[in-house]
Design a protein around this ligand. Structure first.
Ligand code: NAD
Length: 505
């Protein structure tokens, strides 16, 4: 038994009330990957709760969408206070469910209230009314951004609060209502989110929570009352969502998906900075970050020195239980561990050299702990399974090249296009990368997972569908409505030939 208390399972939060399924379609157990004795919550789910939640959200949209923006912001400011008052509880739930160290989970919990400040203080300005004087001769034009309706929000396990919140807050601020389905691996964090909305006294139906599995998510995306799907998760699931909504032409999809991100370190780089940033990029959250560094491309002249120090530093990283504040915790589940080992084997079969082998770690607390791994790629191959696949674990591939063009070609070879980093003192190289690389984020002398909520965050290719989130989320939660406002008196000047219109007397 764990010394931690289980979460009481409250059910789904629909139309301002907690509802438990009477005849459930299924059930599951939420267990901590950091301590398999820590049973966090037992849940049941029922598929028809999805339709009940979207109906409630649709009904609530009628009033919420026409409130003055300030009234919605006031509700969000109340939520901010609740978020701040519950930071410690949220951080603990995140740490238990994901296994990430408490210091990291605390950072995530703090980000929840920051998101409200940034959305209200900055992002909504992007979608303020715009006037276009003389849009036509003598007539002014206006663009007004209207909410879309019911937004389905589907979250990943790795940032179970921060990433859904990154869709939910802009959606609500701009007048939409929400049905949130958390990852089945992090339902307790999802439940806490709903409790915080309840505490912040949001009008009923504005925020709804439905717990469940992949099939629940599928039904939510395909629901006729849903006007938008705001998804963060894997490419494979994003593709399924696209397929499931093919005939729902009215739905906007914002798909924030996986990555296979590269960092180029050039011969003139500040090597200590590059090493420090790249080790973090590769191994933070045990490599379970969409923007993590999974490939490092080195200029031949610094490759040996960099690789040696990188290896030494990776070897010393601490791995352990979240409460002990190690550098990194475990992988999320047994499937993730199996995938991590399988891909190391694939790498070897494909001719890569295993510089550091990732192994299972047997700690006092039994969990899905593994050590980092490093593979040296002797031959770049576009058809390599290992070199193209997102592993989502603490594995990094190291390439050595002679020319920057070759480095850029390797960068663009996976089909993913989320994040990239260039370490060099030469701004020209960074600008060259900016010109040709198909990525949504490109950092100069900063690791691939360095990002700011004041900027857009989204990927290209298999990493996204060109609907970046973070600062730009307000664009996909709204529709621009164009108006010509004509206050001039009627005038026959400019009547087309043959119209023969005779004004009323
Ligand atoms: P996942 O795709 O397995 O699951 C995400 C969510 O989708 C879960 O809530 C799940 O229940 C739901 N789901 C599963 N099948 C579904 C279906 N058929 N229809 C609708 N919903 C369904 O992802 P994960 O393992 O939780 O998260 C890791 C992945 O997320 C990685 O690929 C990572 O790169 C990516 N990610 C991307 C970003 C980004 O901003 N681009 C951020 C974080 C994580």
């Amino acid at each position: 038994m764990s010394e931690l208390r289980s979460f009481p399972y409250l059910g789904d939060y629909i139309d301002g009330a907690w509802v438990k399924p009477d005849r459930p379609d299924g059930e599951f157990v939420d267990t901590s990957p950091a301590d398999l004795k820590d049973e966090i919550m037992r849940l049941e789910y029922r598929y028809d709760h999805v339709a009940a939640a979207t109906r409630a959200a649709k009904e609530a949209f009628r009033e919420w969408s026409v409130l003055p923006a300030e009234a919605r912001f006031a509700a969000l400011r109340r939520l901010k206070e609740v978020y701040q008052s519950m930071e410690a509880q949220v951080a603990e739930a995140i740490a238990r469910e994901t296994g990430k160290p408490l210091w990291e989970a605390t950072g995530e919990a703090k980000n929840l209230s920051n998101k409200i400040d940034i959305t209200i203080g900055h992002s909504v300005k992007l979608v303020e009314e715009q006037k276009v004087s003389e849009a036509l001769p003598g007539v002014d034009g206006f663009v007004r951004f209207r909410p879309r309706g019911v937004m389905a929000v589907l979250g990943p396990f790795n940032f179970p609060a921060h990433l859904p919140n990154g869709h939910i807050v802009p959606a609500l601020a701009t007048g939409n209502t929400v049905v949130f389905k958390p990852s089945e691996v992090t339902p307790a964090t999802g439940q806490l989110m709903a409790q915080m909305f309840e505490k912040a006294r949001f009008p009923k139906g504005v925020f709804n929570l439905v717990q469940g599995v992949g099939e629940t998510g599928k039904r939510l995306c395909a629901d006729e009352n849903v006007d938008g799907v705001l998804f963060t998760g894997s490419y494979e699931t994003g593709l399924k969502i696209k397929q499931a909504t093919m005939e729902h032409h009215w739905k906007i999809l914002a798909l924030e998906m996986g990555g296979k991100n590269a960092t180029i370190v050039w011969d003139d780089a500040d090597l200590n900075k590059a090493l420090y940033e790249t080790v973090q990029g590769s191994f933070l959250s045990a490599g379970q970050r969409c923007s993590g560094t999974s490939r490092i491309i080195l200029h031949r002249s610094i490759a040996e020195a960099f690789t040696e120090k990188f290896y030494e530093t990776a070897k010393k990283l601490t791995i352990g239980y979240w409460k002990d504040n190690p550098f990194m915790g475990p992988l999320i589940n047994a499937d993730a561990v199996e995938k991590y080992f399988r891909f190391q084997e694939i790498a070897q079969r494909e001719g890569c050299e295993r510089l550091m082998r990732g192994k299972a770690l047997d700690l006092d607390r039994k969990g899905y702990y593994v050590t980092p791994s490093i593979c040296l790629v002797n031959e770049f191959r576009e058809d390599s399974i290992y070199q193209k696949s997102e592993i989502f674990g603490p594995n990094v591939a190291i390439y050595t090249v002679d020319s920057f063009d070759e480095a850029l070609r390797i960068n663009d070879s996976t089909g993913f296009g989320l994040s990239m980093a260039v370490f060099s003192k030469n701004r020209g190289l960074y600008e060259q990368a900016l010109e040709v690389s198909k990525v949504g984020l490109l950092n100069w002398n900063r690791t691939t997972n360095g990002s700011s909520s004041r900027l857009p965050f989204g990927g290209r290719g298999k990493s996204g569908n060109d609907r970046p989130s973070a600062h730009y989320a307000v664009y996909y939660t709204t529709v621009p409505v164009a108006s010509l406002e004509d206050t001039t008196p009627f005038d026959t000047k400019g009547m087309p030939p043959g119209m023969n219109f005779e004004p009323l007397k």
